[in-house]
Every structure is written in C-alpha cells, then in structure tokens.
Design a protein around this ligand. Structure first.
Ligand code: NAD
Length: 298
C-alpha cells in the first residue's frame, strides 16, 4: 500500500481563499484585526510573526505587531495585554512564544481575554475544549490536524487515535479534540513504556514530539492515518517526527513535512480570528438592541 498524501498546503490555501471571500463582504469597520505581541529578538519568532502578518494581510485581516524589548517586566507586559483586551478594534490577540525566562508564560496567556484568545492557549479555552463546549477557541495546530483528518472522509467514530506528545499547545488539545470527535484516545509521552506497541494499535496516529524520524514503518498498523506535526531542522533540512519514506508504504493517508500540518496552523489562526470578530460583532449588536435571544437576526 502507498499512502495518499494529505496536502496541507492546498487545503490551507483553499481555506484562506474562502476566508478572503467572506471578509471582503464585511463593512470596513468590521474587518477583523489581529494583534501579535512579540517580545525580544528570537529570530525564529520574528520569522513566524512576519509570516502570520503577511498571511493575514493577504486575506484582509489587519495585523498589528506589538514589538517589545526582552527587558520588559511581566507587569508591564500584562498591562499591554489588558489594553489590547479593552481595544474594541482588536478582535484577536496572540503572544508569540517562547517568552523570556523572567516572564511567567501561564500568567501572560491567562491574561488574554478568552474571546480574543485566537491561539486558544488561555487555560479557560483549554478547559472549555476539555468540556466539549462549542464556544471554546481551539488552538490552531490541533484544529488543523482535525481538518486534515476530516479531509480524508474517514469516519472518526470509535477509531483508536494515538497522540504522541502531551504539550499544552499540540498534544493535549489534539487529544481532547479527537476525544470530542468520538475517537478512543491514547496519549503517549517521553515516559511512555513500549511506545512502539502502543503506536502499532493506532488507526489514527498524531505525532508531535520533536524527535526527527522517530516513527518507523514497522510501528504502523496497516492502513493507519498518520498526521506528522513535528518540525525538526537537521543539517538545514526539515524533517517530521515520522520517517516519511518508510511509513508512506504502510499508511492509508500521511501528511508530508513540510507542506502538511504547518500551513494548516496559519490558516486556522486566521479562521479563529475571523470567527472571533464575527462573535464579538454579534455580541455587540445584541447588547445594543438589548436582545437576549440566541441566533436571532436582530
Ligand atoms: P514540546 O517539546 O513542548 O513537547 C514534546 C512532547 O513530546 C512532550 O510532551 C514529550 O513528553 C513528548 N516526547 C518527547 N520525546 C518523546 C519520545 N521519544 N517519545 C514519546 N514522546 C516524546 O513540543 P511541541 O511544542 O508540542 O512540538 C512538538 C513538535 O511539533 C515539534 O517538532 C514542533 O516543532 C512541532 N510543531 C509544529 C507545529 C506546526 O504548525 N506544524 C506547531 C507546533 C509545534
């Protein structure tokens, strides 16, 4: 068997084009605006922020980058977040990670207003996701993973999904999302024993551990769907956490690296920003009219 390639680049481009069409119909004052807070001089972070800004601009989302020195204190950073929370022109706020060591990341992410938390990293949104609340803002990478799985057309119900990695930004929310979609979920991590045996049971395998080519062909159940989130630079070349050349021969679907989950992450951030703007505008409209009904057109 040779797996079908799940082309995240094309799917992400389609999603961005759809978003662009919808945003083009919005009145100027309602165009979504994303604020990106960038602290310090981390070169990789600067590139990520530049890419997000460019992708936003291409589909009509305004993007304001708030660049701050790495000497900024936590209190001052929290004040900036608070100002962005109160700024009615800003619909989405993200803080580019990692933050300098003297700043408590959890305090900063928790300070972002949940309805503007378009990275979905605020523990409140993580909690809503864990409770299967539809109003949870789901972080971009796991949301992209789910869209890729849905693209296969395979029914997820009852499938055994194994997620390798338990980080707050990928592994945990991916596992929650799969559970909310009726998969039976196992989460593996660096202390898991007999990882190969567990992975061999997966109908759906999501790998986000940052270990280049860890997953080999003889770890894969025949016909499994394999989503490789890993991005590892080795000698200037990018590799996933899955040994693509081997595993492509055993899986039914597989994402490439690059060109799989990566482009979906940016597209999902833009989708979250658009959806947040819509929700905020609808709430403002309801509060102005005093209407308390749900889903009305007042
Ligand atoms: P992380 O370092 O925060 O977490 C890694 C997780 O993998 C941990 O939970 C750890 O327990 C587990 N792990 C480590 N080694 C393992 C092993 N040998 N066996 C089993 N589990 C192991 O990393 P992260 O932020 O979750 O990112 C994971 C990977 O995904 C990285 O390569 C990162 O670059 C990539 N990533 C890609 C995107 C994207 O858009 N494609 C987004 C975020 C992260």
């Amino acid at each position: 068997m040779t797996a079908e390639i799940l082309d995240g680049k094309t799917l992400a481009a389609d999603i961005r084009a759809e978003l662009a069409k919808k945003i083009a119909t919005m009145p100027g004052e309602n165009m979504p605006v994303l604020a990106v807070v960038l602290v310090g001089e981390n070169e990789a972070s600067k590139i990520y922020v530049r890419n997000k800004k460019k992708a936003a601009a291409e589909i009509g989302i305004g993007c304001e980058v708030v660049e701050l020195s790495d000497t900024i204190g936590e209190k001052a950073l929290l004040e900036i977040i608070s100002e962005l929370n109160m700024n009615h022109h800003v619909n989405g706020i993200i803080v580019q990670l990692p933050l300098p060591k003297h700043i408590n990341t959890l305090n900063v992410l928790s300070a972002i207003s949940p309805e503007k938390d378009v990275d979905g990293f605020n523990p409140y949104n993580a909690g809503l996701l864990a409770c299967k609340e539809p109003k949870a803002i789901v972080s971009a990478t796991p949301k992209g993973v789910l869209k890729l799985l849905q693209k296969t057309g395979v029914d997820l119900q009852g499938k055994h999904a194994v997620v390798v990695g338990r980080s707050n930004i990928v592994g945990r929310p991916a596992a929650m999302l799969l559970l909310n979609n009726d998969c039976t979920v196992s989460i593996a991590h660096s202390k898991t024993k007999n990882l190969k045996e567990l992975v061999l049971q997966a109908d759906i395998l999501v790998v986000a551990c940052g270990c280049p080519k860890l997953i080999k062909k003889d770890w894969i159940k025949d016909g499994a769907i394999v989503i490789d989130v890993g991005i590892n630079r080795v000698d200037g070349k990018l590799y996933g956490d899955v040994d693509f050349e081997e595993v492509v021969e055993k899986a039914s679907y597989i994402t490439p690296v690059p060109g799989g989950v990566g482009p979906m992450t940016v597209a999902m951030l833009l989708e979250n920003t658009y959806e947040a703007a819509l929700r905020q505008q609808s709430e403002t409209k309801h509060s102005k009219t005093g209407c308390s009904c749900e889903n009305c057109h007042c």
